[in-house]
Design a protein around this ligand. Structure first.
Ligand code: ADP
Ligand code: MG
Length: 464
């Protein structure tokens, strides 16, 4: 149940705070009206205790978990880790539960949210605008396409399908489109919601026998945006309804914008007719961020923070360090910066490299793991039950060559190695052989769902 209560807290504290401060909490004990949470560092516990303890307690009670007090202690898993001097300190509760007077900085991190949207849609985050979206090579196409839709001119491609990994800006772009359209053409009925909310509304309509109303609402909008559409995969009646809604809107020449975590063809358990519909318009992907984009995003954030935390000094090289080291996703990157500013202002120190390493030890450690090609080869060999030596050997039979190509593909995807470097580690193969292998797997993934499942699993295991 903590998982559910936690989700509810998004509404109370906002998404940024949620990701930075609430998500990392582990409920370790719930007894006698006291809820105990594990936190990664003393500072972290202190901060959460001052700023969010009341929210957490209130939400627990609202959700039917009766709690008088919440406590935070540095967790076993974090304690005593190298480079985490701060966490090695006391195991005792970090601070009393009920918050003291909030420091001025607390208000700054808890930004108000605009909750403006009409009935069945989800609220838009007022910070997710085109102005605040940093454009770089990895996202320039997606950004350009989103801009085009946001102009609100005649529909040129339908739907716009945006896809990419977690935290690369899909939701941000969709909200930006909605904001922009509402500014330019206030009369337009723009409906944004997640696929999950779509399903929820639909199921509710079924239950309350209001399916006709449901259909009417969804078919009378001018622009429909459905976020994370992969969610409806495998949910048959929701898919059905989505398909009809989709068609009805396309027939009326209304713009549709969809996002997902992967390309339409790669969404498992999604009906073929929906896949092909989704591919009819413009399909663009957001690529993983590169160093320049990450640095750009950090610089933009720092400009914002400078206003909130006036007087804070940030040393040269800190942003570069973060952009270099935190490569997983933008949300984590932003969370790191938020924590850093909060911490620096709390202790009244300059944001130095040292302070960053200290305060972000857990995040840095998590994004630190560098995968080697050998690890990939070993894992893939094990999965397909072949010898590790066959990865680099000359055999060409399919049941060995295919896993070898899979390992090549994963090496290209998950490590920064170049094709020639990868070739060398596959028994001195030429870079064109590697490229061929990578292409082959990409092709197979688009058509063979078993293959794309396998790859997803391997990827998860390797990165986990
Ligand atoms: P997704 O929906 O793809 O998982 P989000 O749109 O929620 O990702 O983005 C995660 C966070 O990263 C958000 O706070 C968003 O503002 C930020 N973000 C992602 N890409 C950019 C970008 N190019 N410029 C500025 N902020 C970005
Ligand atoms: Mg999203």
């Amino acid at each position: 149940t903590w998982g559910l209560v936690r989700e509810e807290l998004i509404k109370r504290v906002g998404r940024n705070n949620y990701v930075t401060w609430i998500e990392p909490l582990r409920l370790s004990d719930l007894n006698g009206g006291v809820a105990r949470f594990e936190v990664p560092t003393t500072f972290f516990g202190d901060w959460v205790s001052r700023n969010f303890a009341d929210h957490i307690r209130a939400q627990l009670n609202t959700s039917g978990v009766s709690v008088d007090r919440v406590e935070f202690a540095v967790g076993q898993s974090a304690r005593g880790q190298k480079g985490q001097g701060r966490a090695a300190a006391p195991a005792a509760p970090v601070a009393a539960a009920v918050s003291a007077a909030k420091p001025a900085t607390a208000r700054a991190t808890a930004k108000p949210r605009a909750e403006t949207e009409e009935m069945p849609g989800a609220p838009l985050d007022s910070r997710f605008t085109f102005d605040s979206f940093v454009v770089g090579k990895p996202n320039e196409l997606a950004h350009a396409a989103a801009r085009r839709v946001a102009e609100g001119g005649p529909v040129t491609f339908n739907p716009l399908f945006l896809y990419g990994g977690v935290g690369l800006g899909k939701t941000h772009l969709m909200h930006a489109i909605a904001h922009e359209l509402q500014t330019r053409q206030p009369h337009l009925r723009v409906l944004y919601l997640s696929a999950e909310q779509f399903m929820y509304r639909f199921v509710q309509a079924l239950r309350e026998r209001q399916v006709m109303d449901f259909k009417e609402i969804f078919r009378s909008v001018d622009v429909l945006m459905v976020d994370d559409v992969q969610f409806i995969a495998g949910k048959d009646s929701t898919q059905e309804e989505f398909f009809h809604t989709f068609n009805a809107l396309v027939d009326q020449n209304k713009q549709i914008v969809i996002s997902a975590d992967r390309a339409p063809g790669e969404i498992k358990d999604l009906e073929d007719r929906i896949k092909s519909r989704l591919q009819c318009g413009l399909v663009v992907d957001l690529h993983p961020t590169d160093y320049e984009l990450r640095l750009g995003i950090l610089q933009q954030k720092v400009e914002l923070y400078r206003q909130q935390y006036s007087g804070l000094v940030i040393a040269d090289g800190v942003l570069e360090f973060l952009a270099h080291r935190i490569t997983t996703n933008v949300r984590v990157l932003e969370g790191a910066l938020t924590r850093l500013f909060a911490f620096a202002s709390l202790v009244g120190r300059e944001i130095s490299l040292e302070l960053a390493q200290d305060c972000l030890a857990d995040i840095l450690r998590a994004s630190d793991r560098k995968l080697t090609i050998e690890e990939i080869q070993r894992k893939v060999a094990e999965h397909y039950n072949i010898r590790l030596s066959d990865m680099i050997g000359p055999k060409r039979v399919r049941n060995i060559a295919r896993p070898r190509q899979i390992a090549m593909y994963l090496a290209k995807q998950l490590t920064p190695r170049s094709l020639p470097e990868i070739g060398r580690r596959f028994g001195g193969r030429d870079h064109t052989t590697i490229m061929h292998g990578v292409r082959k797997i990409e092709e197979l993934m688009a058509t063979d769902s078993q293959m794309s499942d396998d790859l997803q699993m391997l990827r998860r295991q390797l990165q986990g």
